[in-house]
Design a protein around this ligand. Sequence first.
Ligand code: ATP
Ligand code: MG
Length: 507
Amino acid sequence: MTPILQLDNISKQFPGVKALDNVRFEMNTGEVHALLGENGAGKSTLIKIISGVYKPDSGVMRFDGQPVVFNNPREAQSKGIATIYQELSLYPELTVAENIFMGHAPKRSIGPLKVIDWKTINERAVELLASLHIYDMDVRRKVGSLNVGNRQRVEIAKALSINARVLIMDEPTAALTESDVEQLFQIVRLLKERNVGIIYISHRLQEVFELADRVTVLRDGQYVDTRPVSETSEENLISMMVGRTIDNLFPKLPAAPGKPVLEVRNLNHAPLTKNVSFKVHAGEIVGIAGLVGSGRSELAQVIFGMTPAQSGEILIEGQRADIRSPGQAVKMGIAYVPEDRGTQGLIKQMNIRENASMAVLRSLSRASFIKFGEERKLAKESIEQLSIRAYSPEQIVNKLSGGNQQKVVISKWLASKPRLLIMDEPTRGIDVGAKSEIHRLMSELAVKHGLAVLMISSELPEVLGMSDRVLVMREGQIVAEFDRAEATQEKVATAMMSSGQKAAVTA
Ligand SMILES: Nc1ncnc2c1ncn2[C@@H]1O[C@H](COP(=O)(O)OP(=O)(O)OP(=O)(O)O)[C@@H](O)[C@H]1O
Ligand SMILES: [Mg+2]
């Protein structure tokens, strides 16, 4: 059998970094092929070459056994290569159907004119969604009003509106809820049955074992190996990706909590924060577990002043704090690493140095400027601490890989030396090596520097591995609290689900 896709000796140089160095890759029809590697390993660059966004500097790509050169994404699409990029690319102001057929709308003739056939577009969109077993979406609805899971489905439908033979998915599950992930997997399996070849990029190894037939690992732009998934293990894959074994993903230091840094009493903000009361002490990590939609991020945003409380009290080190804006929160010594780091955390056109020092600038209200040299030192420290893959602190954040952009946001808030650090999904989209680094930093900040840490996470092992105390939220309320010693996966998961819910909780 000829592989549908075969790449040999592919290299790609960007200013200051060799993103790919003699990489090979092959894929058969009907195969789910996972592509793994640390942040900055070259995964997105490789798939951008396959999809015609970049041309390789050297190397050969074959499609159906024939050498091909793609000058642009359209040429790759015409061969049936469909791509869902790491950054979603829909237009919020357009409808579902318009988004799906953007750029290749069916046209009809009026005399000598060809005009876009809107009626057909809507019908075809409904058919296309039905072919993916999606029956409950209104194709006339604006995409901006859909939740992330549904946007993802539109994105897939859009990719498949060309007759796809290869579908590339770059971290499709990074922002999805558990039930959305399950639906996505069903679509992937459906396409596999139809003999579509699927390239699947993810930092969640569990998904690789659940979905993929083979896996290819990249490290620092180089090809490491390709193996059948059945002949590998999680440990195996980690050491192939990182080049060493990681003995402890949760390096938690024993804590001796001090005085309360944060106390909230009967906090309310309709509809998702209801009568919430709890404390976080100096030196303590408090984890908040809960299903997506249980109100965890909303609570963080109330504390941080983005959506100020409607009633209730917030006390910082015993003093009542009336926090009406993020600026006030920062002055009170609160830092917040948001969940959606792409839009909330960074100014993408600025470089690492400027982004990393932004929070410091804001926290030092007296200092009207910060010395270039200090900024640069700070950025260099961040790059080292979190192993950000960049050639210089002057690199524009936009040009970093997705995961490395996230690390910049985290370092930015760590640099602000807060009293209370709120982290929302701190390791989402982050590779396994850096994950353990972020966990170690978090624990050190708490235990050695006396920070109070409030961590929201959908990964139960992370909650259990890092928290001194676990709070569980459901429908805007705190419904359970466990000490580190008594918290188990089972107890926390049970508390997360209301009696009616039977959703599977991923470990
Ligand atoms: N347009 C660009 N200009 C300059 N450098 C780039 C560009 N795109 C990527 N790079 C660099 O190439 C390297 C590989 O990046 P790539 O996006 O392929 O990584 P990745 O494996 O997808 O990582 P992640 O898991 O973080 O998404 C990184 O060092 C990145 O900074
Ligand atoms: Mg990437």
